[in-house]
Write a protein that binds this ligand. Structure first.
Ligand code: SF4
Length: 156
């Protein structure tokens, strides 16, 4: 079973480049990032995220073209099945996952268009910090530098 925190569900602009992204925060995180920014997500909190609920969230947020799982939770099979459900039931919506692990299984690259890897290390910063240890892949290609180009353009 995969659980999410309903009150934190939101449309986000920064996490996935050039997409209108509906993001859900997944609880039961098994990570142990130094300087974890959301320790409450390590707890067993929230509501089970089901295919029916995913459909409702997408219907309630018409126009979203990416569904982002912020975290993996503690049930990889449930996570992958939800991503597969989105791909088959919502062909115009891409799938994304923010993992806290350095490496994920190949099945993640099949189920998700976007895969973020790497634990959060406060001293190295998130994806938009050029020193970051984290990586964002699109169909297996490392596109992390897109975040750095954005910063350089904004600072010009
Ligand atoms: S992935 Fe890391 S930063 Fe995110 S909730 Fe889990 S331990 Fe915290």
């Amino acid at each position: 079973m995969l659980k999410y925190v309903p009150e934190l569900t939101d449309i986000v602009a920064e996490e996935i480049p050039d997409r209108v992204t509906l993001a859900v925060e997944i609880s039961n995180c098994r990570g142990n990032c130094p300087g974890c920014h959301s320790p409450f997500l390590r707890n067993d909190i929230g509501t089970e995220l089901t295919p029916v609920l995913v459909d409702k969230l997408l219907a309630d947020n018409f126009g979203a073209n990416c569904f982002l799982f912020l975290g993996e939770g503690n049930d990889s099979e449930a996570l992958l099945n939800l991503a597969r459900h989105i791909k088959s039931a919502h062909p115009g919506v891409e799938t994304a996952v923010y993992s806290g692990r350095d490496k994920v299984e190949d099945s993640f690259y099949d189920a998700f268009d976007y895969v973020k890897t790497g634990p959060y290390i406060a001293a190295l910063g998130p994806l938009d910090n050029p020193n970051t240890n984290q990586r964002l892949y699109y169909h297996g290609k490392d596109i992390t530098s897109v975040f750095w180009r954005k910063i350089l353009t904004e600072n010009k």
